[in-house]
Design a protein around this ligand. Structure first.
Ligand code: DGY
Length: 324
């Protein structure tokens, strides 16, 4: 008999066909996210779950007594309760590597959109305002090439961004990371910095850290106050790494020039969030990895992890906290 699994979001047919070879599966094929009560019912007798959010708590695990593996279709697994999973001996996996380049591309999308005011002036043209002259200090953008980029969090995505920045845009790249990476310094000519001087010197500050207790609200009032008033803040990590009220205050009072945000403290962002009214902020609905190929690769990787986990093999992308 094949092991039973549940897939809590739509996935490409090819990935579904792969899972079907090894598992007896059910899938949530609706456009809207699966309601929690439906999910809890579906996981009551499964050995594997493939999910885009991976919100795994002790209570959730109690509702899924046969569960062996949770395959998260994302690289971030901040919603895993690692201790509860250890206690219940449940494997948790993620999808590293396959999304690094796509997220790095989007980082540059936000850097360019904010500095060159792409969205603001797109609206200006579409609203028929082009007859107004755009030739004053207030209407100019800000150069990206040869400016200074400060990257907080030099993991795999950080490296892809650093390569684009240093070799393509000829930027000076500073980085702050818990572990210094001399090999990247040699390869791309980037410079290790403490966080304070990175904030002080950068024209663009990019946050790319995973969400953990130690990175919760890593950027707050104090950090924004250190940044240049001409600097732009970019967040492509998790919304909770930033104290959003402090960011709003910094943007409103001109402490920093602007922001490009793919993530929010609460997602979907509330429609009355003041950020949504700011011309100097470009916002996106958490789409860092959302290209067709990348999302396919993530789904396939997650499927391989799921199948391995329910067929008694250690999944290739078992998260490090659950290894050993
Ligand atoms: C990830 O893979 O963690 C992306 O942020 C999508 O959630």
């Amino acid at each position: 008999m094949k092991p039973k699994v549940f897939i809590s979001k739509r996935i490409p047919q090819e990935v579904e066909d792969y899972i079907a070879q090894y598992c007896d599966y059910k899938i949530w094929n609706e456009e809207t996210p699966i309601p929690n009560d439906v999910l809890l019912k579906e996981v009551a007798d499964v050995e594997g779950l493939m999910t885009p959010k991976g919100i795994i708590t002790k209570e959730f695990l109690n509702s899924a007594p046969s569960l062996k593996v949770v395959s998260n279709i994302a690289v971030g697994y901040d919603a895993f309760d690692i201790e509860a999973m250890k206690e219940r001996d449940v494997w948790g996996t993620n999808t590293p590597f396959v999304l690094d380049e796509a997220v790095a591309d989007l980082v540059f999308g936000l850097i360019l959109a904010t500095s060159r005011r792409v969205v603001e002036f797109n609206n200006y043209v579409k609203e028929g305002k082009w007859d107004r002259v755009l030739d004053s200090e207030e209407s100019f953008g800000k150069d990206v090439h040869h400016s200074t980029l400060g990257i907080i969090g030099m993991g795999r995505i950080g490296e892809k961004v650093a390569r684009r920045a240093a070799l393509g845009f000829e930027m000076d790249v500073l980085y702050y990371n818990t572990k210094r990476k001399p090999e990247l310094e040699d390869k791309y000519g980037i410079t290790y910095s403490d966080m304070e001087s990175l904030l002080e010197r950068s024209d663009f500050v990019l946050l790319l850290v995973p969400l953990r207790e130690s990175t919760y609200h890593l950027m707050g009032e104090k950090q924004f106050n250190i940044m240049k008033s001409s600097a732009i803040f970019i967040n492509c990590s998790r919304g909770q790494t930033v104290n959003e009220n402090a960011l709003i205050a910094a943007l409103q009072s001109g402490v920093i020039r602007g922001a490009g945000l793919d993530v929010f403290e609460k997602e979907p962002v509330a429609v009355d969030n003041p950020i949504l009214k700011m011309d100097n902020v470009v916002v996106l609905p958490h789409i860092g990895s959302a290209t067709q190929k990348t999302r396919f690769d993530m789904a396939m990787k997650a499927a391989e992890n799921l199948v391995a986990g329910v067929t008694g093999q250690v999944p290739p992308d078992l998260v490090k906290e659950l290894q050993g």
